[in-house]
Design a protein. Structure first.
Length: 297
């Protein structure tokens, strides 16, 4: 539990609703959907919808410019006093859109310096941005890591786009894996708190996630969030079309129990939308669409 954490870490998570199970009863987060592009393909994703690494698939978020995002943050902060964190979690990958993501953080930091900044990424571009992340004061980063074995990865990721070139299969998964591990190590060395998300895909990476857990723990990740694959043919994902099922609640809990040693497991994740607003499990985004923001401003 968080009471076992060193004081300097506790001070940094006590008001973050995802990083602290206790905080999620008292503090709110919001996402701004400023990152439309992605640099990899996951078999559980349909690009028309939000990034399924962080979110429940099948929802389409309101895409914002950095300026609109900053305006929206101020409007939400004025109405929701529990707001403590602003995150960028899609609808694509935050670091496949670095100029939009970092401009958004610059604007928010200037306008509302007390809010914590958070971002979520698949990790491919991460090693290139660690210094900027640290210098901006983004102190919480989530990396989605679904495998540490490229053979497993090849069944999850058909391709990546890296250094102006497309890679496929095991080669693509190997590059992604190496970049994820390097990004994780550099973030930890820079003093950033890292949470790892994993999507549990029965028959593909379910048993393997125990090895993922050990690998990310050894590299200093602070919290592991194992989320169920949500696969629905109506969402048009590759896995949905091939009939890949998600885990049952019992399968998910059994795996979480196996991974819970001296590392914290997150069990209160609500698989938020890329434009979610409010306490976890509550979505007040509808109150804060850009139409209504324009009316307030
Ligand atoms: Fe957002 Fe993610 Fe930051 Fe939280 S959500 S970017 S770490 S501020 Fe939280 Fe939502 Fe689960 Fe994400 S409950 S989907 S873990
Ligand atoms: Fe989709 Fe997110 Fe995977 Fe990109 S990283 S393909 S947006 S699930």
């Amino acid at each position: 539990s968080s009471s076992a954490l060193p004081e300097h870490i506790r001070a940094r998570v006590h008001d973050h609703p995802c990083y602290s199970a206790e905080a999620h009863h008292h503090f709110a987060r919001m996402h701004v959907a400023v990152a439309p592009a992605c640099n990899i393909q996951c078999n559980y994703c349909n690009r028309k919808f939000d990034c399924a690494n962080e979110s429940r698939p099948g929802v389409v978020s309101e895409k914002l410019t950095p300026e609109q995002a900053a305006t929206k943050v101020l409007a939400v902060a004025a109405r929701i006093p529990q707001l403590s964190v602003v995150g960028i979690a899609g609808p694509g990958d935050a670091l496949a859109n670095p100029e939009k993501t970092f401009r958004t953080f610059d604007l928010i930091k200037a306008a509302a310096p007390d809010l914590r900044l958070c971002l979520s990424t698949n990790g491919l571009a991460l090693p290139d941005h660690v210094e900027r992340i640290r210098d901006l004061g983004v102190d919480h980063v989530t990396i989605t890591i679904n495998m540490v074995d490229p053979e497993v990865g090849a069944r999850i990721y058909p391709w990546i786009y890296y250094r102006h070139k497309r890679f496929h299969g095991v080669e693509a998964a190997r590059i992604l894996h190496e970049r994820q591990m390097l990004g994780l190590e550099r973030l930890v060395a820079a003093g950033v708190l890292v949470k790892v998300n994993s999507v549990m895909i029965p028959g593909i990476n379910d048993a393997h996630l125990v090895a993922v857990n050990a690998a990310v723990k050894a590299r200093g990740a602070f919290l592991h969030n194992i989320m169920p694959l949500i696969s629905d043919p109506a969402h048009g994902t590759h896995f949905g079309l091939t009939g890949q099922r998600g885990p049952t609640p019992e399968e998910l809990k059994t795996l979480q129990d196996r991974c819970e040693g001296d590392m914290q497991l997150m069990r209160h994740c609500r698989q938020c939308r890329a434009d979610a607003v409010g306490m976890l499990g509550e979505d007040r985004g509808g109150e804060f669409g850009m139409d209504s923001i324009a009316a307030i401003a």
